[in-house]
Design a protein around this ligand. Sequence first.
Ligand SMILES: *[C@@H]1O[C@H](CO)[C@@H](O)[C@H](O)[C@H]1NC(C)=O
Ligand SMILES: *[C@@H]1O[C@H](CO)[C@@H](O)[C@H](O)[C@H]1NC(C)=O
Ligand SMILES: *[C@@H]1O[C@H](CO)[C@@H](O)[C@H](O)[C@H]1NC(C)=O
Ligand SMILES: *[C@@H]1O[C@H](CO)[C@@H](O)[C@H](O)[C@H]1NC(C)=O
Ligand SMILES: *[C@@H]1O[C@H](CO)[C@@H](O)[C@H](O)[C@H]1NC(C)=O
Length: 464
Amino acid sequence: MKSQQKCIVIFALVCCFAVLVALIFSAVDVLGEDDDILNDDNCSDICQVVLVENIPEDISISHEGTTSLTAGLHSLLDLAQKSVEIVSPWWDLNSTEQDSRFPQAKQGRLLLHRLLGLKAQHVQLKIASSTASPELDLLSHYGADVRYLNMTALTKGLLHSSFWVVDRKHVYIGSAAMDWRSLSTLKELGIVVYECRCLAVDLHRIFNLYWQLEYKEFVPTIWSKRLSALYSKEEHFSFHLNGSLARAYFSSSPNIFRPKDRTTDTEAIFRVIQDAKRFICISMTDYLPLLSSTSHTKYWSRIDGMLREALVLKNLQIRLLISCREQTHPLTFNFLWSLQNLCIQISNCSMEARFFSPRVRDDGSPQDVHHHRYVVTDNSVYIGNLDWVGNEFVYNAGAGLVVSEPGRSSTLSGRLRAVFDRDWRSPYAKPLQPNKIPTCSWSTAGVKGHTGHTEDTAGPNASL
Ligand SMILES: *[C@@H]1O[C@H](CO)[C@@H](O)[C@H](O)[C@H]1NC(C)=O
Ligand SMILES: *[C@@H]1O[C@H](CO)[C@@H](O)[C@H](O)[C@H]1NC(C)=O
Ligand SMILES: *[C@@H]1O[C@H](CO)[C@@H](O)[C@H](O)[C@H]1NC(C)=O
Ligand SMILES: *[C@@H]1O[C@H](CO)[C@@H](O)[C@H](O)[C@H]1NC(C)=O
Ligand SMILES: *[C@@H]1O[C@H](CO)[C@@H](O)[C@H](O)[C@H]1NC(C)=O
């Protein structure tokens, strides 16, 4: 009897100890904020959405029912009353030295000035970043809360997430970084959702996850409940988007940054491709189903496999619009040819790739301009932060928004489809010629032992 009691006591102690260890190692903020509690009163299901785009001045295509990115971001700052949370792969808004060459470059500086002025308007600015920069020092000097993540220690990758959460009510997510180029010389696309607290709180949770990882050298195995996803591929947020019925959720990457219920980007893309009934249009900077590290490179089949299945087994029409630039990996073309060839002699199977290349440098090499990262199908859209390159999904942090419109009125997918068609039919989009590597790639085919998860070439050091 005695020994039995002893056993129970020891068991209880072990349990207590385990819970304590779990709490310590889970890096939870047990005392988090309370204001992300939602109820019917403040979870509005009537939201407004606009697609925002930056179209460089020297490219003669029109806004196809989209607003300018600059205007979209400023509208969010106009609305801000309490907080602005920003995550960006890098910061390079101060464009002073570029103003003479690129008139639109001043937009970067104007945005920076507005961000510097937020504190004076009693709006709290919070920034999560993985790299220090003079600009972030300046912002924190002006009262911004800046927290740094050591992505090298956490995932051996980079922070490629790019989104805003304003007052936990409005959001922006898309391809643009806080870079003057994103507001002038690059072609960017994103989405702004207004008055949508439920969705905004969910994106705020992804922001909070980064926020909690400051100073951490490892990723916690247990995440705080406050970081759990509110919506996922199983449980969408159902609402009215510009008056029509829609369902949405956010996804995030990499896999290890996944608290309870959060859908990963690859799962979200899989779902979007799987749900497509007629067509899939993909607009990306890079398409490369490879996973490379310093020591070796392997085939990363996740997305490539999904597309093959959609083509052969579901007879969907797929179109891929990829950026053609100097840094384009030569094997990109081999993979795309292989996809295109898959359709030979299969009726209703259609796969086409085009390369977007509007501008060349003085030496004739194609410049990096097309910076889109989205998919649109006949019933859904996915707008994300990551390129379709294996390393991006495996090592880098990013987020994405999936919106599906089950009804006949496809407000958002219709709009985005029009944007895709506009680019596809523009004179800047060149078809993939059989057996001929387009001139965007200057190096010869073959896998170099490069570490694909080094800085995206559109980064601050990209030459112009
Ligand atoms: C929603 O309302 C509840 C109770 O009215 C409040 O506690 C909570 O902070 C509100 N949430 C947000 C995000 O405003
Ligand atoms: C922007 O850069 C210029 C020159 O590099 C510098 O003189 C100026 O102080 C910077 N402005 C801000 C707001 O950082
Ligand atoms: C990030 O982590 C790596 C590996 O743990 C370490 O070598 C490096 O010094 C850290 N960087 C910073 C800025 O703390
Ligand atoms: C191809 O598409 C046509 C028209 O959409 C349809 O009638 C036909 O059944 C399809 N064929 C196959 C093999 O799916
Ligand atoms: C939604 O409505 C707003 C305001 O009426 C409009 O500006 C915007 O273009 C609409 N968005 C879409 C995707 O149709």
